[in-house]
Design a protein around this ligand. Structure first.
Ligand code: ADP
Length: 189
């Protein structure tokens, strides 16, 4: 097992984050906690790249669909469907459109507990319930109810890997080894 200081996580700033000029603000939040940027690039994802990314995790469609249904239940509202797989397929359909609509900034961040620290700073998936002080909680107002009504993905500015194993798969999917740079920060010298 790698030393926890060498933990890496994959982040991408989604098209809404880039279009709203939030790239610097988002990077600043990861830098100030002490994480190290070891890879960065900008591209407009293809539909295949979006599918490959989300379907890396077996069962993702059903899990994301179940989460959507549960979030309606928690608010005491009837969900648009009770079929988790169908709900998950709808989320993927939304992501195909959302993430191919413009450039994303992909990054690999490295440091102690990088995966959980980045998730904490990003905030939870649905901006309506993301904590104040997180990136999603501070900069975006959206909900599953709004996105379902408009038939689109929930807009939440960035993606961050959900676990260490997921992170390693996602880093390998988006970055080649020579795009990941070895160098020292001042505090490491
Ligand atoms: P996270 O990005 O927080 O890891 P998921 O992997 O569960 O969350 O979902 C991937 C992305 O799909 C979310 O970031 C969001 O943009 C979108 N999404 C998830 N659930 C829904 C939903 N119920 N309705 C609309 N979009 C959703």
């Amino acid at each position: 097992m790698a030393h926890h200081k060498d933990e890496r996580t994959l982040v991408f700033i989604k098209p809404d984050g880039v279009q709203r000029s939030l790239v610097g603000e988002i990077i600043r939040r990861f830098e100030r906690i002490g994480l190290k940027l070891v890879g960065v690039k900008m591209l407009v994802p293809t539909v295949k790249q979006v599918e490959d990314h989300y379907l890396l995790e077996p069962g993702w469609k059903e899990t994301v669909g179940r989460k959507a249904i549960e979030s309606y239940a928690k608010k005491g509202i009837e969900p648009p469907t009770k079929d988790a797989l169908a709900a998950g397929e709808k989320v993927l359909e939304g992501l195909r459109k959302y993430l191919t609509s413009g450039p994303v900034v992909l990054m690999v961040w490295k440091g102690a507990h990088a995966v959980s620290i980045v998730r904490k700073i990003a905030g939870s998936t649905e901006p309506l319930t993301s904590d104040v002080g997180t990136i999603r909680g501070d900069f975006v107002l959206d909900s599953y109810q709004m996105s379902d009504k408009d038939n689109r993905s929930v807009r939440n500015l960035l993606h961050a890997s959900g676990s260490v194993t997921e992170a390693e798969k996602e880093v390998a999917l988006w970055f080649s080894n020579d795009e990941l740079i070895k160098y020292r920060l001042v505090q490491e010298q």
